[in-house]
Write a protein that binds this ligand. Structure first.
Ligand code: GCU
Length: 653
């Protein structure tokens, strides 16, 4: 039973008899006011959830009257909701059907957490309009950077539908996700074939009932690929070519005939071997606008990724140099999606200087929920604390400390509407969805931040723990402490002082292999280590950050080796030398993982046996990997520096 399949939608009988009695009197039936499919979903979810929580049938009926939970639409902003307790009933009101659905889920979460009925006066609204998942799923069922089995989407069975699609949609809608891109950004053109689109329309139909719009990643050379067997094929993908434009126009018309609420395309172009407009002497903006203009009449959007890079030597500034000059050229429904950092989802990176560097461009921040560089599914790394530091980063571009990343992606910085957050998701067809149970906290946490980036990591993780494991105080406090430390712990044994990229650069990005990125992400010698980026990179930021990053004395310790090359004897703000810090942090990080395992062990008997054992096995694997990292990194730097540790300071932490 407790195999993790329900994730945080875990409706179990309310254990406390007083709460149960109160809830049973207060909620006897559900009334759906309206006949929209999304409202019917809200009603069905309320019935399912309340029936399970209260241990008796709570049906959907037409009778208002005492004990009713009424869900409907009222005069509020789109996607927002209120939950109000009246004398004899509860009213869940959305600004639209989606808002009502989000209100229904929030109401159930309130009860799952046994919150007092007196607290049932809630009003909430999402901070950003676009709250998106990006699946990197391929036609053959594999998932690029997926660690939880194969794709949940059985492409070849479509239009046949699996029950799991409904659970997928419920799960992500329950935390406010409203758009989902179902295939890999390294996109097969085949997704746009007519015979695929009919199947995808069926999938879109399921998602629609839960307020979700389906998107596709598009291969920019699709007109070439998909006309190759015609008598007069399209032979270029030049956005200015009339034949290319006609092909896309016809394709987009076809898609909207089948999927009237199609979200749009996500495009990775001229990046890592993908085709794009630069192949024809056009710019990224030219390429994006050609598609955006054809999606616009249908209310569709075009998301264009800014992730482009050359070699390691100028990777950090390359993307900025390509995209900053294009600011202001993207049309209103063309949105640029930018990874949080300038490199590639390392455990620690500075914030991408394109935030604050594209004030006249609609922007999404792209975060990686799937743990490509942060432990796959064998090491716990709860990423919400990292994402909080990114979202809270003040760019200093503008008055005062300038807008933060959160201000930009919520549209408040530059009064924009087509903005928000995209997360490369970690879901697969493993029974527990995320490969290891605790990984689901990252899925939940991403969505909650996309809904409201001002929520604290503490609030978000507490919510996830209570929904997933119930209200046991000890489980809550132990697990919370572990989760909130896990990002910095992972960093401490894998990525000294912002260095990052110490895994083999071409493979699975898992095992430590600092030698393979020697002279790529770090220039390690017998004298010192790091990467001197001072010539160009700091100048891409506002003066404040330029001055901080350009000087090894001002640069925060955690980014020192990202920005600078320093001798091993350089003293950090902590007073330690760089080499001593490398030794100590790796030993301390490993010790901390041992402590995570011990702490979890003390929860035996407080969590159901199946999930307890599953998570215990994750911590066993985590210890093995942390040990491997510690020994690899420490011996690597000892090998170069030949400087002995001054003592086992890590023993005191
Ligand atoms: C990383 C990742 C690739 C992915 C790419 C991207 O480089 O390793 O698998 O395709 O990012 O975001 O496009």
């Amino acid at each position: 039973d407790e195999d993790g399949y329900d994730l945080w939608l875990r409706y179990r009988l309310v254990a406390n008899p007083d709460d149960l009695a109160r809830y049973r009197t207060a909620f006897t039936h559900i009334v759906v006011s309206g006949n929209h499919a999304v409202l019917r979903s809200a009603g069905a979810e309320l019935s399912r959830g309340l029936s399970a929580l209260l241990g008796r049938s709570v049906p959907v009926t037409n009778q208002l009257g005492k004990g009713a939970v009424v869900v409907g639409v009222g005069d509020l902003a789109a996607e927002s909701f209120t939950i109000k307790r009246r004398a004899d009933r509860v009213e869940i009101t959305g600004g639209d059907e989606r808002g009502a659905l989000y209100g229904a889920f929030r109401f159930l979460q309130h009860l799952q957490r046994h919150r007092p009925l007196s607290g049932l006066d809630i009003a909430d609204r999402p901070a950003s309009p676009l709250r998106m998942l990006n699946h990197w799923d391929n036609l053959n069922g594999s998932i690029e950077r997926g660690y939880a089995g194969k794709s949940i989407f059985a492409w070849d069975e479509l239009p046949g539908l699996r029950e799991r699609y409904v659970d997928y949609a419920r799960t992500i809608a329950s935390v406010g996700v409203n758009n989902t891109v179902v295939n890999n950004v390294n996109a097969s053109a085949d997704f746009l074939r007519s015979e695929r689109l009919t199947g995808l329309a069926a999938l879109a139909g399921v998602l629609r009932q839960w307020g979700l719009r389906l998107w596709l990643s598009a291969n920019y050379a699709a007109p070439i690929t998909l006309t190759a067997d015609r008598p007069s094929p399209v032979t270029v993908a030049d956005p200015f070519d009339p034949g290319v434009q006609k092909w896309w126009q016809d394709k987009i018309d076809e898609i909207y005939r089948l999927i009237p609420d199609f979200g749009g395309f996500l495009v990775k172009a001229n990046s890592e071997g993908q085709p794009g407009p630069l192949d024809y002497g056009r710019t990224h903006a030219d390429g994006a606008n050609m598609l955006a203009d054809r999606l616009a009449p249908y209310g569709g959007r075009l998301v264009w990724r800014s992730f482009v890079h050359g070699g390691f030597s100028d990777w950090a500034q390359y993307e900025y140099n390509v995209f900053h000059p294009l600011d202001g050229q993207f049309h209103e429904n063309a949105v640029v999606q930018t990874k949080n950092g300038p490199i590639d989802f390392q455990v620690r990176e500075p914030v991408n200087p394109l935030f604050g560097g594209l004030p006249r461009t609609n922007q999404l921040v792209e975060l990686e929920i799937t743990q490509e560089y942060t432990g796959h599914s064998t090491q716990l790394c709860y990423l919400v604390p990292e994402w909080k530091t990114i979202l809270g980063f003040p760019t200093y571009q503008g008055p005062g400390t300038g807008p933060t990343v959160a201000d930009i992606v919520t549209g408040t910085a530059y009064q924009q509407h087509n903005v928000g957050m995209a997360g490369v998701v970690n879901l697969g067809d493993d029974r527990n969805w995320t490969g290891y149970q605790l990984g689901a906290a990252n899925t939940h946490g991403f969505a909650r931040l996309a809904w409201n980036p001002r929520l604290s990591a503490d609030e978000i993780v507490t919510e996830w723990i209570e929904l997933t494991f119930g209200l046991d105080q000890q489980v809550g406090s132990v697990l919370k402490a572990i989760m909130l430390q896990s990002w910095e712990t992972y960093e401490s044994y894998t990525s000294p002082l912002g260095m990052g990229y110490l895994t083999y650069p071409l493979g699975a990005h898992f095992r430590p292999d600092p030698n393979s990125t020697h002279n790529l992400s770090h220039y390690t010698t017998s004298e010192g280590t790091g990467f001197d980026r001072t010539a160009v990179f700091p100048q891409l930021y506002a003066d404040h950050w330029r001055d901080v990053y350009a000087s090894p004395d001002n640069c925060p310790d955690e980014l020192l080796l990202f920005m600078h090359w320093v001798p091993y004897t350089h003293r950090l703000k902590s007073g330690k030398t760089v080499i001593q810090h490398i030794y100590d942090s790796h030993f301390a990080g490993y010790e901390r993982v041992l402590e995570f395992r011990r702490a979890w062990g003390r929860l035996a008997g407080r969590v159901d046996q199946a999930r307890y054992a599953d998570i215990a096995a994750t911590f066993d694997a985590h210890v093995v990997e942390a040990e491997r990292w510690r020994d690899t990194i420490v011996s690597y730097f000892y090998g170069f520096s030949r400087i002995l540790s001054t003592g086992a300071e890590w023993l005191q932490v």
